[in-house]
Ligand binder design. Structure first.
Ligand SMILES: *[C@@H]1O[C@H](CO)[C@@H](O)[C@H](O)[C@H]1NC(C)=O
Ligand SMILES: *[C@@H]1O[C@H](CO)[C@@H](O)[C@H](O)[C@H]1NC(C)=O
Ligand SMILES: *[C@@H]1O[C@H](CO)[C@@H](O)[C@H](O)[C@H]1NC(C)=O
Ligand SMILES: *[C@@H]1O[C@H](CO)[C@@H](O)[C@H](O)[C@H]1NC(C)=O
Length: 299
């Protein structure tokens, strides 16, 4: 299991990655100072594998989706859902795997770059290509009782992107089950870059139900970024008001899924939500987004 992985990491990513490679799946724990939350991470993808908080009865539940068998994070044996990592160098999709520097509409300018198309049978690039940041071994930078930091050096030309990127992510657990994530990246050349945490939550840990009818959400967003049939933004904005995408008034997520069917908001033939909402305003002073389960009491 280990040897092939080591060779691949060494060949593609050099010394910084190799240093971490022997501990790619080492489980690293942090917890809130007041004991309200605990989380575990692995250097592979700087991935959050588990996140425990208390339900309405004071019992801890792991509400973050992930593979219990950590070797599955590096294979496609059960698909490639991007459970819990940092995605990059470019989170989301690049149409036709092409862009120019400077960026131009439809990659029509000079100085064109081509990155591997790893989605939809080769018509777009998702989350940085076949070997995105979720599949790299990040180096452990620091680890305290309630915080952990990882570093990734992504050499110039890797997966076709220009410039060597040095990225760091810090995960910190604070009181009242507060999780703070901070990311920073610098590049030696101009490059498209967008890093994101890629977490899936189930606030019931699938205990009470297998659907999302008990999950409710509320956020003030009147507009959504419009996309084509494979979820690539087309430059327009949708008016979400009084449509199934309208969560300005709290409502059940599961209870709203079927009503999306005619609109294909999440792509051709897709029923449900996989969208980018734009907050009407977010001054950072109060929660801009609320999600809770009426069954577990976790919010
Ligand atoms: C974990 O997954 C790998 C890859 O599919 C498999 O070979 C291995 O047997 C699994 N381990 C356990 C304990 O299930
Ligand atoms: C799509 O990518 C190919 C390279 O794979 C390039 O030759 C072609 O010009 C691109 N088309 C568009 C519309 O950008
Ligand atoms: C980009 O492609 C769209 C859709 O094919 C087209 O409407 C638009 O005119 C193109 N823009 C440029 C600058 O070529
Ligand atoms: C949505 O539709 C499916 C399939 O028709 C049905 O089984 C399910 O109960 C519906 N969900 C809700 C919340 O109405």
């Amino acid at each position: 299991m280990w040897k092939p992985a080591l060779v691949v990491f060494f060949a593609s990513f050099g010394r910084a990655a190799l240093l971490g490679a022997s501990d790619a799946f080492k489980v690293l724990n942090i917890q809130s100072p007041d004991g309200s939350a605990r989380a575990t991470f692995i250097p592979f993808g700087a991935t959050a594998t588990n996140f425990w908080v208390k339900d309405k009865n004071g019992r801890f539940r792991d509400i973050l989706l992930g593979f219990d068998n950590h070797t599955l994070y590096q294979s496609d044996a059960q698909g490639h859902p991007y459970f819990g990592p940092v995605v990059g160098r470019y989170a989301n999709r690049i149409r036709n795997g092409t862009f120019t520097i400077p960026i131009s509409e439809n990659a029509s300018g000079k100085n064109k770059f081509h990155v591997p198309e790893n989605e939809h049978d080769g018509i777009d690039t998702l989350h940085g290509g076949f070997n995105g940041y979720d599949r790299r071994v990040w180096t452990l930078l620091s680890h305290t009782r309630n915080a952990i930091s990882f570093l990734l050096v992504d050499p110039d030309g890797t997966e076709g992107f220009p410039g060597t990127v040095t990225a760091t992510v810090t995960y910190r657990l604070e009181a009242k089950a507060t999780w703070k994530i901070s990311m920073r990246a610098v590049s030696t050349k101009k490059t498209p870059i967008m890093l994101s945490g890629h977490h899936y939550w189930n606030l019931e840990a699938y205990d009470e139900t297998q659907d999302l009818v008990g999950h409710h959400a509320q956020f003030d967003a009147s507009r959504v970024i419009a996309t084509d049939g494979i979820l690539i933004p087309d430059g327009k904005l949708l008016d979400a008001r009084n449509t199934p995408l309208d969560f300005r008034k709290a409502k059940s997520i599961g209870g709203s899924i079927n009503s999306t069917a005619p609109f294909e908001y999440c792509g051709t033939g897709c029923v449900g939500f996989d969208n980018c909402w734009i907050y009407d305003k977010n001054d950072g002073k109060k929660p801009a987004f609320s999600l809770w389960s009426v069954n577990s009491g976790i919010r």
